[in-house]
Ligand binder design. Structure first.
Ligand SMILES: [Fe+2]
Ligand SMILES: [Fe+2]
Length: 474
């Protein structure tokens, strides 16, 4: 039987003429679909969802919209176009030709980098699987499912690389990507944040804003890789990632707008009054922000890292937007870190630039995060209120790196563990905060309706109205 691969697995990697790869993917696909049915969006598998599907990498083809049942979504394999002139952009082999095959000495390391990225994709689908029921509108439900199917496609993207370039151990890794599960006691996902439960939509918006943005920076670093197929895969993934962060950015914006409306109506900023009126008080928004931002910071790894140095030296993983730096070798530069001094204060330390690449990337990430915070604050300011949201210090509540386990306040000032424990309920969501947020989470599945704790979006999807029937339930 001949299968039309373009139809079944849209791709621009000439899948139809690669028998080995076909066989590997044909074997993996049913396992993926089983996983999707079991751990993908719960109970909405037969709903018709207004989704965009990538069918090619050009501007027209990569965003085709229409109603799709999620299990029928055509998870495709797309790499950004190949630039035959592309050269290695950083590290010891700067300026040499990029690799179309993997040099043997980097095989294990590249496999690890691909598996670590790949693991996050299905993890987030698992984390978000219960959110459909409590979606604040059909518009939001559709966005959730769009994010979910695209994370599924990102998994396909990494599995393609494993199957196409790593032979048998690649196929084994591809299977394990479906065997680890978010929050599983025995086989958890690789990275901490991807084992945190996402039970409510405020967490979902924080996750898509802060944690998907970690994804953006990881993908940007991998898009610099000398292994050209990895670079091209990640470049295309970035176009989809932008929508995920849009969902978070506008989601938080809409929560804030609704809260401001309620504050105006009531004539008070009192959090208890805001809650009584069914909105989310701004201090609670700040606590959720503190939680997800600090958790996401750990995803970049330790400030000082010899692994990061060797990834850079060997051209495996660069800095995001490597071209904006002048020195792509980075052997004679130093980087200054602030580390705990062991006496409740901090001191500065100088390390070689290559060892600081995790922190360089984290720094770009923090700046990017701050742009949304500035936008949300502008909305608050315009409404005439003095409350401001802010990113906590990168030292706050860290579990990885030099500040791991060092108690500080949100401004990064070292404090005692007792002080930290006494204040934690003011800085991070407490059980009662979480219970309050959960109490707001009732699904609003009627066309044109919106939950009371969030403002409607400014516009709908693909020029459709906000009250379009984005999900048709059966
Ligand atoms: Fe992703
Ligand atoms: Fe994402």
């Amino acid at each position: 039987m001949s299968i039309n691969y373009q139809d079944r697995i849209p791709n621009n990697v000439d899948l139809g003429s690669n028998r080995t790869l076909q066989r590997a993917l044909e074997h993996w696909q049913p396992e993926f679909l089983n996983w999707w049915q079991e751990l993908g969006p719960r109970d909405f598998q037969v709903a018709d969802v207004y989704l965009r599907t990538a069918t090619s990498v050009d501007a027209k083809g990569w965003a085709t919209y229409g109603y799709v049942r999620m299990p029928d979504y055509r998870w495709g394999i797309f790499l950004a176009g190949r630039d035959p002139e592309r050269r290695i952009g950083f590290g010891d082999s700067y300026g040499q030709e990029v690799w179309q095959q993997i040099p043997g000495e980097y095989r294990a390391t590249l496999r690890r980098l691909i598996v670590t990225q790949g693991d996050t994709e299905p993890a987030s689908v698992e984390q978000q699987r219960m959110l459909g029921h409590i979606a604040p509108s059909l518009y939001d439900m559709r966005n959730l499912f769009q994010v979910n199917v695209e994370e599924g496609r990102h998994l396909w993207a990494m599995v393609y690389l494993l199957h196409a370039y790593f032979g048998r151990d690649g196929r084994e890794e591809a299977e394990e990507l479906l065997e680890r599960h978010s929050g599983d006691a025995d086989k958890p996902r690789i990275l901490g944040t991807f084992n945190e439960p996402i039970r409510d939509w405020l967490s979902f918006f924080m996750f898509t804003y802060f944690t998907d943005r970690d994804g953006k920076f990881q993908l940007k670093s991998l898009a610099e890789s000398s292994f050209d197929p990895l670079a091209r895969t990640c470049s295309f993934m970035l176009t989809e990632e932008a929508h995920h962060m849009f969902v978070g950015d506008t989601g938080i914006n809409r929560v804030v707008r609704r809260t401001l409306e309620v504050m105006k109506e009531l004539g008070t900023e009192d959090p208890a009054a805001v809650r009584n009126a069914g909105a989310i008080d701004l201090p609670t928004v700040q606590k959720y922000l503190n939680f997800w931002f600090s958790s996401s910071l750990d995803l970049f790894g330790s400030e000082t890292s010899s692994n990061a140095a060797s990834y850079f030296a060997n051209g495996l993983k660069g800095r995001p937007d490597e071209s904006r730096y002048e020195d792509h070798i980075a052997t004679d530069q130093a980087y200054v870190l602030e580390v705990p001094d062991g006496n409740g204060g901090f001191k500065t330390e100088e390390i070689p630039m290559r060892n600081a690449m995790n922190d360089v990337t984290r720094g770009s990430y923090v700046k990017d995060c701050d742009m949304g915070v500035t936008r949300w604050n502008r909305v608050i300011e315009k409404a005439g209120y003095s409350f401001r949201l802010s990113l906590p210090s990168t030292r706050f509540r860290r579990n990885i790196g030099s500040w791991a386990g060092v108690p500080t306040d949100p401004t990064g000032k070292p404090i005692t563990q007792d002080e930290f424990n006494a204040q934690i309920g003011n800085w991070l969501p407490s059980d009662s905060d979480r219970a309050y947020i959960m109490s707001l989470m009732h699904g609003v599945h009627e066309q044109g309706k919106m939950a009371a704790w969030i403002a409607p979006p400014d516009r709908g999807i693909n020029n459709n109205p906000v009250d379009y029937e984005y999900v048709k339930m059966h």
